[in-house]
Design a protein around this ligand. Structure first.
Ligand code: HEC
Length: 124
């Protein structure tokens, strides 16, 4: 028994807790071309109705979305609304509430976010 506790404390615990740490970040650490391509298709199929083909530019109804952190995109797609408490430094592009929720895309949000970030232009 003591042996097991030692093993958990010394070996397994650090691995276990560090995996929790990384699991909190839903965005891939390294850009994944397959995920980005999947995200591009999903973006075209679901978001172009209102947003621009180029996520850096405003679309017919929706604004540019490259500046929205993951949790903002997650909230917009799941509920149509901005999160109740906004991430530090983020300013919503609009005060309207015109976006429709698309919660069926729940599991696809990391791919869409990865695509949008992959085409984000650096501000000069
Ligand atoms: C029915 C039109 C419509 C569709 C479809 C739509 N959006 Fe939006 N979106 C908007 C509008 C309008 C806003 C501005 C805020 C508002 O009125 O809700 C917005 C805002 C956003 C924002 C916040 C941008 C910012 O920086 O303030 C993100 C992120 C976003 N949309 C992502 C998406 C994604 C991803 C999809 C596709 C899965 C999508 N939207 C589909 C209309 C739409």
């Amino acid at each position: 028994m003591l042996f097991l506790i030692k093993l958990f404390g010394g070996l397994i615990a650090p691995v276990f807790f560090s995996s929790l740490l990384y699991a909190k970040d839903p965005a891939p650490l390294v850009p994944n071309p397959l995920l980005i391509e999947k995200g591009r298709k999903l973006y075209v199929a679901n978001c172009l109705r209102c947003h621009n083909k180029d996520p850096n530019i405003k679309g017919s109804i929706g604004p540019e979305i490259v500046d929205a952190p993951y949790e903002v995109m997650y909230s917009k797609v799941m509920t149509g609304k901005y999160p109740d408490s906004l991430p530090k430094g983020f300013i919503p592009k609009r005060k309207s509430r015109a976006m429709q929720a698309l919660p069926r895309l729940k599991n696809d949000i990391p791919a869409i976010w990865a695509y949008v970030q992959s085409v984000k232009k650096k501000k000069k």
